[in-house]
Design a protein around this ligand. Structure first.
Ligand code: SF4
Length: 171
């Protein structure tokens, strides 16, 4: 089922989302050029993390827009993202936050309980990898900003902010 065209966000929402993506990419580059230099095996052809995710409406808009312009075909393998063609992402420049962070080691901090949950790519980080905080990308502030931007988009567009949209419906 194809999702109807999502409404265009306001200029302010677009600007905030672009700033979020830019800041996230900078934080990732900093890790890749620093403590993780030459450690990650990510690159064209490695698509093991390209599953059929679902997205918040603001990111669904970005992907739907990019898919409209770039997609020539779609991947029919039910275990793979529909936008993955020949092991390459067809909306790479507009891929959502979850796709940008795949391959890294992500930290989700529970300040109340004083715990850190780590989610790391098993290809890049074997079971015996000894993490320090420097290896980890703290996702809390990025996810918080994404939630705020999504809320603003949904309020101005009359959309349900918590209703995630599966990527296959956007292709
Ligand atoms: S949007 Fe692109 S990077 Fe994200 S899962 Fe699909 S093919 Fe992979």
């Amino acid at each position: 089922m194809k999702h109807p065209a999502l409404p265009e966000p306001s200029d302010l929402v677009k600007q905030k989302y672009a700033e979020l993506i830019s800041d996230l990419d900078s934080a990732i580059d900093e890790k890749n050029d620093g403590i993780l230099k030459d450690k990650l095996k990510c690159g064209p052809g490695c698509s093991s993390c390209c599953e059929r995710f679902s997205l918040l409406p603001i990111e669904a808009f970005a992907v739907q827009n990019a898919a409209k312009e770039n997609r020539e075909d779609f991947n029919e393998d039910p275990g793979k993202c529909v936008l993955l063609i020949n092991d390459l992402c067809t909306v790479y420049e507009s891929r959502p936050v979850i796709c940008r962070t795949q391959g890294l080691a992500l930290a989700y901090i529970n300040h109340d309980e004083g715990t850190i949950e780590v989610s790391a790519c098993p290809i890049n980080f074997p079971d015996d990898f000894e993490f320090t905080m420097d290896h980890l990308l703290d996702m809390d502030s990025f996810n918080g900003r994404l939630a705020e931007i999504n809320l603003q988009y949904c309020e101005e567009s009359g959309l349900e902010p918590l209703k995630r949209i599966p990527i296959p419906e956007l292709a």
